[in-house]
Design a protein around this ligand. Structure first.
Ligand SMILES: O=C(O)c1ccccc1N[C@@H]1O[C@H](COP(=O)(O)O)[C@@H](O)[C@H]1O
Length: 231
């Protein structure tokens, strides 16, 4: 499972978080956010990271030339669109940045709102579902109604986001089946300052869950083998 930790502001923290197990790190390129980082800050962090870590710039209603410049100048591998970007915008961005992962984040208001995802799946690599907040674009710490997502199965990979923490991640994953999870404020001590103990606790929880699932799989296989022996 992909695990993205978002809202990184310090290069040293990015290295520590990658070593703990993150597969992707997010950098907020939205100037109004308390987690906003400049191109040179992103470039400094990206330069220190191993090549297998995805580095995602988070944008909201920026123009294609603005996004492209930041991506190229900082060496990001992906773009997360967290504003009101329409499918055609995603298509145009794909033409401008053909080798960059495009993640469309949708701030989900209702079950009906989920129907709009099919408008995007042709043009993006990945979807991300975040909770809706009337005054804030993201990093709100607000959870989605996970029961609404029990049957959610788009025809592209997707991240579950919104208010996830080390304490609720297992409950969330017991209800929904995303390809990845994305956390920001739930692993912080203050906006933009990640709490490495909370991040470590998150990976402990995810590691124990994976171990439990593997053990269950083994027991299932042994049961099957036992049955075959009897026959
Ligand atoms: O984190 C921000 O400040 C932010 C600002 C503008 C757009 C998106 C932002 N963050 C994204 O919000 C989600 C969920 O965050 P949280 O876990 O609920 O705090 C995450 O994808 C961040 O990338």
């Amino acid at each position: 499972m992909r695990v993205k930790i978002c809202g990184i502001t310090q290069p040293q923290q990015s290295i520590a978080i990658a070593s703990l197990g993150a597969t992707a790190l997010g950098f907020i390129c939205v100037p109004t956010s308390p987690r906003y980082v400049t191109t040179s800050q992103i470039r400094a962090a990206v330069a220190e990271l191993p090549a297998n870590i995805d580095t995602i710039g988070v944008f909201a209603n920026a123009s294609i030339p603005e996004i492209s410049k930041i991506v190229v100048d900082s060496g990001l591998t992906g773009v997360q669109l967290h504003g009101d970007e329409l499918p055609d915008f995603c298509y145009q961005l794909r033409q401008a940045l053909p080798n960059v992962e495009i993640i469309r984040a949708l701030r989900v208001r209702s079950l009906e709102h989920l129907d709009t995802v099919t408008d995007y799946t042709k043009y993006v690599d990945t979807l991300l579902l975040d909770a809706y907040h009337p005054e804030q674009l993201g990093g709100t710490g607000k959870t989605l109604d996970w029961t609404m997502l029990e049957q959610f199965n788009p025809n592209c990979p997707w991240f579950l986001a919104g208010g996830l923490t080390a304490d609720n991640i297992i409950e969330a994953l017991n209800q929904v089946n995303p390809s990845g999870v994305d956390l920001s404020s739930g692993v912080e001590c203050a906006p933009g300052d990640k709490d490495l103990d909370k991040v470590a606790k998150l990976f402990e929880k995810l590691g124990s869950r994976e171990w439990g699932m593997r053990e269950q799989g083994k027991q299932g296989e042994q049961g099957e083998q036992g049955k075959n022996k009897k026959n």
